[in-house]
Design a protein around this ligand. Structure first.
Ligand code: ACO
Length: 337
């Protein structure tokens, strides 16, 4: 039976022009192309130049998504959700500025912070708003500028993260349409908040009245621990969302997992019982772009003509918080890229 649903109607992506290869990093820190490729699958990432902020990348990706949806400016899009762990500043949030710069006027605009799961959380937020009738069309952007938060003396994080933004336009439609977001599963475990984060700039720290230690301004990560939780939670959440959608694993055409580490994606495929050919992998080109990683992977695969109308996609992500989330959707009938 058909029911109201958000339907994918536009897609956009943007990465800053500067490419940073593994070899370049090997000249700056004690690492090697061989280690990075074998342990992560990453070959290069893009880093924004100093002075370029998350909103700048978000505006570019958002503009492309609006163009691909044939969406106009003010009055056409009723909601903007920006998923990011690296907002332009603590306050105000980044989304209103992005909305204004895209010519979207005085629409509802908010940031969603859920680390690398941010895009799935934002997709769920916008889908719910569309289904509830709060807007006819929504723009969802995942955008990150991690470079300023990377400690270049910490090789365990500096080689992993990249900058970029990906965006989708959603419209209010029905579950039987190609492109429908059918179901989502979200979760969190705050008892593990200390495994990955940037502690320095929030109210907890400032409440102590002493300046942040320089190290606390940077991203830290217990990679080994995060790895284990990432595989377990993405596998559980994927199974939950497939159950809700009434899909068997064999019916999934493409698994678009958070692009953190190729070994994580391979372990996920093993746990789900999915062959690796169905994994969408883009991290070799961009590294871990956190909230931007799923829409960037979608845009890359779409531009290569990988998806066909009504293909079944499983999105699944994991990140700081800890947070995780998955979505089941079909691919729209129109070419989006
Ligand atoms: N180059 C060379 N050697 C390195 C590097 C490097 N860049 N980084 C670490 N090493 C060394 C370590 O020092 C260690 O050496 P030792 O054995 O002599 O002590 C060895 O390599 C192994 O280190 P591990 O940390 O055990 O390496 P691991 O195989 O776990 O890979 C990695 C590290 C890539 C970070 C992995 O753990 C990972 O991908 N974790 C998950 C990340 C993730 O999913 N993040 C998502 C959330 S992030 C967010 O929300 C913002």
């Amino acid at each position: 039976m058909s029911a109201p649903a958000a339907v994918l109607a536009g897609l956009g992506a943007h990465v800053p022009p500067r490419t940073v290869t593994n070899d370049e990093l090997s000249r700056r820190m004690d690492t090697s192309d061989e280690w990075i490729v074998q342990r992560t699958g990453i070959r290069q990432r893009h880093w924004a130049d100093f002075g370029v902020a998350t909103s700048d990348l978000a505006v570019e990706a958002g503009r492309q998504a609006l163009k691909s949806a044939g969406a106009g400016g003010f009055g056409d899009i009723g909601l903007l959700v920006v998923a990011t762990a690296t907002p332009d500043q603590q306050c105000p949030s980044t989304a209103p500025d992005v909305a204004a710069r895209l010519g979207l006027g005085t629409i509802a605009a908010l940031d969603v912070g859920a680390g690398c799961s941010g895009f799935v959380y934002a997709l769920a937020t916008a889908s719910a708003a569309l289904v509830a009738g709060h807007a006819e069309r929504a723009l969802v952007i995942g955008a990150e500028t991690f470079r300023p938060f990377l400690d270049l003396t910490d090789r365990s994080t500096a080689v992993i993260f990249g900058d970029g933004a990906g965006a989708v336009v959603l419209r209010r439609g029905t579950t039987d349409e190609a492109g429908a977001v059918l179901t989502v599963d979200l979760g969190s475990d705050g008892t593990l908040k200390d495994l990955v984060g940037i502690p320095g700039n929030g109210s907890r720290h400032r409440s102590t009245g002493r300046p942040a230690h320089p190290d606390e301004q940077y991203l830290y990560m217990n990679g080994k621990e995060v790895f284990v939780h990432a595989v377990r939670r993405m596998a559980q959440s994927s199974s939950a969302v497939l159950d809700q959608a009434g899909w068997s694993v064999d019916e999934v055409d493409h698994v678009v997992g958070h692009q953190a580490n190729l070994r994580i994606l391979h372990a996920l495929a093993r746990q789900l019982g999915v062959d690796r050919e169905r994994l969408v992998c883009h991290l070799d080109q961009v590294g871990n772009t956190s909230a931007a990683s799923i829409p960037l992977a979608l845009a890359d695969a779409a531009s290569r003509g990988r998806f066909r109308s009504r293909d079944r996609l499983l999105l699944t992500a994991f990140g700081a918080g800890l947070t995780w989330g998955s979505a089941a959707l079909t691919w729209p009938g129109t070419t989006l890229a």
